[in-house]
Design a protein around this ligand. Structure first.
Ligand SMILES: C[S@@+](CC[C@H](N)C(=O)[O-])C[C@H]1O[C@@H](n2cnc3c(N)ncnc32)[C@H](O)[C@@H]1O
Length: 291
């Protein structure tokens, strides 16, 4: 059946992701601490790709039953191939937008870098809500526009230079030149000198995912919050901002203007502008409101 997701699925069918990266210790720094001191028996990794992070969940929660789903068959095959038989992960090919209801099945749902590729994520989020036990945890990471501005500039430069008529490999070489031209703040870089597959493949997949994805959208913190809140969740933490304080000068200005920094929302919105994240991980629990 043709659906609006087909281009995204075809894209990940051809370019399974992330293929051998731990995102520079991201999981260990931001996600693993949220899983400690919680009783987590059943996990869903929703949009697991090649399972690199799923396997980290399995290491962190060796006794949990872990389901991992993705609509890209080649990603699931790569995930299975990379998972030792001793690791207990059930991989499935399936589309999150048509998941059957599975009430109270999971204590933790992880959805890293997926919802922003789905045109209508609201039913998916409501399904997550129904699938979680009442005190369950959802962690979802979404693209943020503040830190992706230079990625968008590279994409636009490539477009204006007629990139669409070139092969993917030719465009990847052009991207290197564009990044160079934009200066050191532009993210990513195609490694051209390295020979070994272990370095080249994850690097290439990252570049392709970053610059050539057929569908995505960005969510400001406020937009993400409203998306989750209108679908039965509340944001309990923005993981990249956990324990982060505003610079003294800004705290002082807020104080002088009588603004309270006790609730986290103003602090989060200021940190978003100051830190310009490429994406943010939201820790969410049920708001108690029916969905
Ligand atoms: C950027 S990758 C993230 C993979 C993994 N979560 C990670 O962060 O390493 C996005 C993944 O979401 C999957 N995906 C996107 N839309 C989906 C949908 N509607 N149903 C199932 N999987 C989907 C893609 O196939 C792809 O593997």
């Amino acid at each position: 059946m043709e659906t609006s997701h087909t281009p995204v699925r075809d894209f990940y069918e051809a370019e399974p992701y992330p293929f051998g990266t731990d995102y520079g210790g991201y999981f260990e720094r931001f996600i693993a601490p949220e899983l400690r001191n919680r009783e987590i028996k059943c996990v869903l990794d929703a949009g697991c790709g090649t399972g690199d992070l799923t396997r980290m969940i399995a290491l962190e929660l060796p006794n949990a039953q872990i389901d991992a789903i993705d609509f890209s068959q080649s990603s699931i095959e790569a995930a299975k191939a990379a998972t030792p038989a001793s690791v207990n992960i059930n991989y499935y090919v399936g589309d999150l937008t048509s998941l059957a209801d599975n009430p109270n099945a999971y204590d933790f749902i992880y959805c890293q870098g997926v919802l922003h590729h789905i045109r209508d994520p609201e039913p998916v989020i409501r399904n997550f809500r129904r699938s979680l036990v009442p005190q369950g945890l959802l962690i979802a990471w979404l693209y943020n526009p503040f830190g992706r501005r230079d990625i968008e500039d590279v994409i636009e430069l490539n477009r204006r230079l007629g990139g669409a008529n070139q092969s993917l490999d030719a465009q990847l070489s052009t991207i290197n030149i564009l990044i160079e031209a934009l200066g050191s703040t532009a993210p990513g870089r195609l490694i051209t000198g390295a020979q070994d597959e272990a370095t080249l493949l994850p690097n290439r997949r990252k570049m392709v995912d970053r610059y050539f994805n057929p569908y995505y959208r960005h969510y400001t913190l406020k937009q993400a919050q409203s998306l989750f809140e209108s679908n039965g969740f509340q944001v309990t933490e923005v993981l990249e901002f956990k324990n982060k304080e505003l610079p003294d000068g800004i705290r002082q200005v807020a104080h002088e203007r009588g603004l309270s920094l006790h609730g986290r929302e103003l602090t989060w919105s200021l940190l978003e502008l100051l830190k310009k994240p490429r994406g943010l991980a939201y820790a969410l629990t049920s708001s108690g409101r029916a969905s």
